[in-house]
Write a protein that binds this ligand. Structure first.
Ligand code: CA
Length: 580
């Protein structure tokens, strides 16, 4: 008798759960205010990384203690840039080398793991990282270093569908978290250093079936796909040869390697695009659309609704890949973007019109300002690396010292916006580089730069600086300096807090109004990933991934030497108040 009761109760609860555990479009639309889950990268598809939770606040954050920690294990570690997503009592967290783990959110116990089998010839430019997964239905979906998308059953970790995005041997890879926008799965591609062609793809998240593609290099044809998967022409992106000379558009870069954001209020998805390829700008006179830009896409049709180019004819690898974070100001919907090129842009999210642009780092050499009327930068021509065809012996152009360095005033580490303070919290870096151009021609799978460089710090005492920025005035309200370059993301909460990690291994909480440090915890390796928070029952949790790596140790020149004492790792840490 007892057995039967249990079985029937279990059956009922299974039915209830099965219904209640599916991640729906409606849930994703409200993800930013759903405090019991973390349903998407960015803590909501707008990417604000703002939580309304207040249990952990500026008065008690000093009492934050570890609840559990989980090791990714394995023989290889390297950079861990992943943001966990949390749903139905489970945490889903990706790790280096295209791994993903499901962990019991309360106990820290492993439920399953999936290790993608990677071929030998993968070509990630900037470490073997992954930034996170997307949730839809009962699936958890992530991209891999060999340019595939894998969808797994959330409960079992079994592969439900797998799709090849492109040819890894040509330099394509995937490191960004996929985005679900209005029920459609949107992904970009990495590989701008290998002359790939950037694009955004839309798929049915439940099946992987391709719906449309939109190239982000002007001149390429977009496609939509019928029920049988047949490609139908869907208009050229821009106008062939308008901003690209000759054939260079065919290998034009503009990779969408950081993925995108989506705002249900505008119905648009916003993707940043990387450098035009090759880096040597003298080979490609013109603006080279839509490289180093923000591109706003109609999710239903795959058409470009507007594009704003941060760095026309980019010569410094100023990937405009940075996230476009939508927010309300003066009754209008804007997007904020802290660009790799050193300027912070405030742009009308509906039509792409520039509202404001101002520096968020101390030194910018490539442009003196952004013209708010035309939206174009006021270039300083002398500070563009020289044309190699005019250099001595025709081999190397003149070297210039440029700031920011190509690793950017801000790189992949996402910023946060607080609805409480109206401020953006930007993990910025102060560095420059010697850069010169060299002759180059495209070869499949080969580095396609035509440039050499050495990164140097600008100041003796710090490189990183967490800055609170007022999007209305362009003022830096406060800053917290950091010795090593900041490479993790930021989160703000209604508890008056801003959380961020440092390569030195700390997760820190500071006062959102003043920047005063209120709490820190040593995670045992460098933090280069963004924190999250959620509430389960009566307890608010905070989590962050730890594991030093990413682009800085690989490409950081003089800066890399300064941080080579930092140890690798791979783990996720979860915290709660000691009273809980
Ligand atoms: Ca790049």
């Amino acid at each position: 008798m007892q057995k039967i009761v249990i079985a029937s109760l279990a059956g009922m609860s299974f039915l209830t759960l099965a219904h209640g555990t599916e991640v729906t479009s409606a849930m994703l639309k409200n993800a930013a205010t759903d405090t019991s889950n973390v349903l998407s990268f960015g803590i909501g598809s707008e990417g604000q990384r703002y939580s309304p939770l207040t249990q952990v606040n500026s008065k008690n954050v000093s009492k934050l203690v570890p609840a559990w920690s989980f090791s990714f294990g394995g023989e290889k570690q390297r950079g861990q840039e992943s943001q966990p997503v949390i749903h139905n009592g489970k945490m889903f967290v990706t790790a280096s080398y295209s791994r993903i783990f499901a962990i019991d959110m309360k106990t820290g116990q492993k439920l399953w793991k999936y290790e993608h089998r990677l071929p030998d010839g993968i070509m990630p430019c900037c470490d073997v990282v992954n930034r996170g997964a997307a949730l839809f239905g009962n699936l958890v979906i992530f991209g891999t270093l060999d340019a595939q998308l894998v969808a797994l059953n959330q409960d079992t970790g079994k592969v439900v569908w797998k799709e090849k995005i492109d040819d890894y041997a040509a330099g394509y890879s995937m490191t960004a978290a996929p985005l679900i926008a209005d029920g459609v799965l949107l992904t970009g591609v990495s590989g701008g250093e290998f002359g790939i062609v950037g694009r955004v793809e839309a798929r049915n998240p439940l099946t992987g079936e391709l719906l449309w593609t939109r190239p982000t290099v002007e001149g390429h044809m977009g496609y939509r796909y019928d029920k049988d998967g047949k490609a139908i022409e869907n208009g050229i992106s821009g106008t062939l040869n308008k901003t690209w000379p000759g054939d260079l558009w065919k290998t034009g870069g503009a990779s969408t390697w950081m993925g995108g954001t989506y705002d249900a209020k505008t119905g648009l998805a916003y993707f940043g695009t990387g450098n035009p390829a090759p880096w040597n700008s003298h080979l490609r006179p013109g603006d080279n659309l839509y490289s180093s830009s923000t591109v706003a896409l109609d999710v239903k049709t795959g058409q470009i609704k507007w594009a704003y180019q941060n760095t026309p004819n980019d010569s410094w690898d100023f990937d405009g890949a940075n996230e476009f974070v939508t927010f309300d100001m003066d009754g209008k919907r804007y997007g904020g973007k802290a660009d790799r090129n050193g300027f912070f842009y405030v742009i009308d999210a509906n039509n792409g019109k520039l509202q404001n642009a101002f520096p968020f780092v101390k030194k910018i050499t490539w442009a003196s300002s952004i013209d708010l009327k035309t939206g174009r930068p006021n270039f300083i021509p002398a500070n563009r690396p020289g044309d190699p065809t005019k250099g001595e012996e025709g081999k190397k152009g003149s070297t210039v010292f440029a700031a920011p360095a190509f690793l950017g005033a801000k790189n992949q580490m996402p910023m946060a916006y607080s609805q409480q303070t109206g401020l953006f919290y930007v993990p910025a870096n102060e560095w420059g580089m010697d850069i010169w151009n060299e002759p180059i021609s495209y070869k499949k799978g080969g580095a396609y730069l035509g440039a050499g460089f050495t990164i140097r710090p600008l100041f003796d005492d710090y490189i990183g600086a967490l800055r609170a920025i007022d999007p209305k005035t362009g003022k830096i309200v406060w800053e917290v300096k950091n010795t090593a370059p900041l490479w993790g993301g930021v989160m703000s909460t209604a508890g008056g807090l801003v959380f961020y990690g440092t390569p030195e291994g700390f997760l820190k909480a500071v006062d959102a109004k003043t920047g005063k440090e209120l709490w820190k915890f040593q995670t045992g390796s460098g933090v280069v990933a963004p924190p999250v928070t959620w509430q389960d029952g009566d307890t608010q949790y905070v989590a962050v991934v730890s594991g030093w790596g990413g682009a800085v140790p690989l490409w950081g020149g003089e800066v890399a030497k300064k941080v080579n004492f930092l140890e690798q790792g791979g783990s996720v840490w979860v915290f709660k108040l000691s009273s809980k």
